[in-house]
Design a protein around this ligand. Structure first.
Ligand SMILES: [Zn+2]
Length: 131
């Protein structure tokens, strides 16, 4: 049986290709993971908003009433929502019922979508409410 050794040049070419493909694939994979976490955060914010609406309707609380997680959990929320990027939801402190819930990490805009899926930007939610 004849064994052919792999030359140094061949192994360098293979390692270079692996590094090149990794430099393309890894940033895309990280972006996909961050988008998935942002979508999970949006879903949590929508769930909080619906729970606040149900609470307001069923308890008869006025538009300026303060609400926090203790008012919503466990009657209107099955669990305490947590941001996958460890952002803090505004519902954990007192919040006015008519305010849109927001995340300290992702921020929100008027329609509940994050201003940025990658980081903490200024809260643009108020800009949308003035229209
Ligand atoms: Zn978040």
């Amino acid at each position: 049986m004849i064994r052919k050794a792999v030359s140094l040049l061949e192994s360098k070419i293979v390692i270079g290709l692996i590094i090149c493909l990794g430099s393309i694939a890894i940033p895309n994979m990280i972006n996909t993971i961050n988008r998935a976490k942002a979508n999970s955060c949006i879903s949590n914010l929508r769930m909080i908003e619906k729970a606040k609406t149900m609470y307001a309707l069923l308890s008869g609380a006025g538009d300026n009433a303060a609400v926090n997680i203790e008012n919503l959990y466990p009657q209107y929320l099955k669990n305490r929502p947590l941001c996958p990027m460890k952002g803090k939801y505004s519902i954990y402190t007192a919040e006015i019922i008519t305010e849109m819930p927001h995340c300290s990490f992702h921020s929100t805009v008027a329609n509940g979508l994050p201003a940025s899926t990658l980081g903490n930007l200024s809260d643009t939610r108020d800009r949308g409410n003035r229209v």
